[in-house]
Ligand binder design. Structure first.
Ligand code: PGA
Length: 268
């Protein structure tokens, strides 16, 4: 399969999960050496919220010509403020320097009971605060084995783009989708480029059905799940893959930079 030139941006995103406090965050940015990236390639990192300020101050001191790195938060609550001990609002994330927020990561869904309805509230909160939502969807191994891939992806997507969701806001954008098969997250098991292309194709078609072809085609779809420097190039070359969301391999500056370098000339 060949890849036609996408009009969509390519996003190289890293989700640090519960790793890297402020000191490690500073060290990461001091070590980061990023190659010159083609226009249209964007770097995005999701440090722990407590490390956002450190990330931001390091980025402000980078030499001229260093590629811009956007920052996001890994989770938000949908309320703007209130008696919700331990939670963070989209507004706070925005004022702390975040431009993006992950919503519906499978660890939030599986370990913290986040429901499809919660993802709708959270996506609405990101728009209210001026953040860009990165909605994560993906099937478990059991769902895949039962042949439920399309059903699960449609359900998770319809929660936010279906009739009860935020169709108009999402069609106007910006909106980023991440396909993250649960069986490939943190397991070292990666979807093949064909697996990724199949799921991304299903998502692309569904976006088009719900939002109209033009709006659907404008939404970047990232692949996530054991992306490493050694497999990033072939995954980025797969049809409809508009970037990657990297967990473990984004923790080291060198391996994140190698993955970014894979976007320079993805091969089919
Ligand atoms: P992984 O995590 O790259 O460590 O598999 C991906 C993710 O959870 O976003």
């Amino acid at each position: 399969m060949t890849k036609s030139a996408p009009a969509r941006p390519i996003l190289i995103a890293g989700n640090w999960k519960m790793n890297h406090g402020p000191a490690e965050t500073r060290a990461f940015f001091r070590d980061l050496r990023v190659p010159e990236l083609p226009s249209g390639v964007q770097l995005l990192l999701f440090p722990p919220a407590l490390s956002l300020a450190a990330a931001r101050s390091e980025l402000e001191q980078r030499p001229e010509g260093f590629p811009p790195v956007s920052l996001g938060v890994q989770n938000i609550h949908w309320e703007p403020a209130g008696a919700l001990t331990g939670e963070l609002s989209a507004e706070m994330a925005r004022s702390a320097g975040a431009s993006h927020a992950l919503v519906g990561h499978s660890e939030r869904r599986q370990l913290f009971g986040e429901s499809d309805e919660d993802t709708v509230r959270k996506v609405a909160a990101t728009y209210r605060a001026g953040l860009i939502p990165v909605l994560c969807v993906g099937e478990t191994l059991e769902e895949r084995r039962k042949g439920s891939l399309a059903r699960v992806l449609h359900r998770q997507l319809d929660a936010v783009i279906g009739p009860e969701g935020l169709r108009t806001e999402i069609a106007t954008g910006p909106f980023v989708l991440a396909y993250e098969p649960v069986w490939a997250i943190g397991t070292g098991e990666t979807a093949t480029p064909d697996d990724a292309a199949e799921a991304h194709g299903l998502l692309r078609a569904h976006l088009g059905e719900r939002l109209g072809r033009t709006a659907g085609d404008g939404i970047p779809i990232l692949y996530g799940g054991s992306v490493k420097p050694k497999n990033a190039r072939e995954l980025l070359a797969a049809p409809e893959v508009d970037g990657v969301l990297v967990g473990g391999a984004s923790l080291e500056a060198e391996s994140f930079a190698q993955i970014a370098a894979a976007s320079v000339s993805p091969q089919g």
